[in-house]
Design a protein around this ligand. Structure first.
Ligand SMILES: [Zn+2]
Length: 408
């Protein structure tokens, strides 16, 4: 067994136990009853609740305005105007993509998120420039959180010839997944778009994450087409539908039929509980075997002035929209932002267990439902055994727990 680097004393675990958490080489080496003697350097958690690192399964690092003075929302209330507004505003901001993306990664870390999946615009105007910026930010912030990147054709695929080539180049340049968007509503060519993006994913052996805002029967058609292609390509467990608002529009019998299709194909759903649109039937989908997880989506950006990167607040918002009131229901919202997200992102060694990566966050609550409902301020955030944020702010550099304790 490797030597213990530090012991975090007086932790309150989600199961109610008081424990000391021993860390070695960035992992949890032991979870022992509190009060044992140790010769290793210690950091006293003062009975704070310790939760595993949160998972933000859908955000847009390249669009954020975090770090800039406040800018009022500039787009008209429709998707095409937001797409065009991005192109007018983002290239001329005083902070480059890499700086804004790094600001947001650090804010996510400060709120307790350990793992992120971001979409990054790939289009004919910007080509791979935003991807390059986000790759730079991911590298600069690699000690704070992990970041998966989806090459996202925000402006459409078939209506913008040349985009498929750029998506292919983006995966070769470091994007982890291929994205898609509203194959009928935006492209009016579902076969063209879906065949094209699945071909890229198969060629490179990567997954897909497809934005699907389309309502009702239009969206359902594309859910079915995505499931068909996922099965044919053997991509079970590697394909996500983002939003899937159409699922909330369907009669319950059709929801069950579609959930069964998704579960059998291994197609997952990520939700952020959008305002003004039908929420997919989260509990029904989970009961039918679909992996459902959560993300913040827009965080103070050109698409929305709202958002603070807090996945506990996001879980509360989703729970509020889904009318989750009892503890067992609030625990569903919690699961979307933690274990289900980790499973969807393929994060190994996740959780508060011996041998798992030492990624966790501490705060003042007595149990998980309280932590979700109240989403109190974060005390300390640990990533791979180092303190990376304290009291809502990312540290300039990660600190050994004992060194952090001595300084504070
Ligand atoms: Zn999105």
């Amino acid at each position: 067994m490797p030597p213990i680097d530090a012991v975090l004393t007086n932790a309150l675990l989600p199961d109610g136990r008081r424990a000391d958490i021993a860390l070695a080489q960035g992992r949890i080496a032991a979870l022992a009853d509190a009060g044992g003697t140790t010769s290793a350097p210690t950091l006293d958690l003062q009975n704070a609740l310790v939760l595993p690192g949160l998972v933000d399964g859908h955000l847009h690092l390249d669009k954020t305005l975090i770090g800039l003075p406040w800018m009022g929302h500039a787009a008209e209330p429709n998707r095409m105007s937001r797409i065009e507004t991005d192109k007018k505003i983002l290239p001329h901001l005083p902070l480059k993509t890499a700086e804004r993306a790094a600001n947001l990664i650090r804010l996510c870390a400060a709120q307790g998120s350990a793992h992120l999946r971001t979409h990054v615009d790939i289009d004919l105007e910007g080509k791979l420039s935003k991807l390059e910026g986000v790759l730079e930010a991911r590298d600069a912030c690699r000690d704070y959180a992990t970041v998966q990147i989806v090459a996202f054709p925000q402006s459409g695929v078939m209506r913008r010839p040349g985009t498929l080539d750029l998506l292919d180049q983006a995966v070769r340049a470091g994007a982890d997944l291929v994205g898609g968007i509203d194959p009928l509503e935006i492209d009016r060519d579902p076969k063209g778009q879906l065949d094209g993006i699945f071909k890229i994913a198969e060629r490179h052996g990567v997954g897909l994450d497809i934005h699907l805002h389309e309502p009702g029967a239009m969206g359902l058609f594309n859910v079915q087409e995505i499931c068909l292609r996922t099965r044919a390509a053997g991509l079970n467990g590697k394909v996500t539908i983002s939003h899937g608002f159409c699922l909330g529009d369907l009669a319950e019998s059709k929801q069950r039929e579609t959930a069964d299709l998704m579960a059998k194909a291994g197609v997952m759903l990520v939700t952020h509980g959008a305002a003004g649109l039908n929420l997919p039937p989260i509990a029904l989908l989970r009961d039918m075997g679909v992996t459902v997880f959560a993300g913040n989506d827009d965080i103070r950006d050109t698409w929305s002035p709202y958002g603070n990167a807090d996945m506990l607040e996001r879980a509360a918002l989703i729970g509020w929209r889904a009318d989750f009131r009892r503890d067992d229901q609030v625990m569903i919202a919690w699961d979307l932002a933690t274990a289900s997200g980790a499973r969807a992102l393929g994060i190994p060694d996740y959780g508060l267990a011996v041998g798992a990566a030492a990624n966790f966050v501490t705060l003042c609550a007595t149990c998980i439902p309280e932590a979700v409902a109240a989403h109190p301020p974060r005390h300390l955030v640990f990533h791979r055994g180092k303190v990376v944020a304290a009291h809502g702010h990312a540290l300039d550099r990660p600190a050994d727990p004992a060194a952090y304790a001595k300084r504070n």
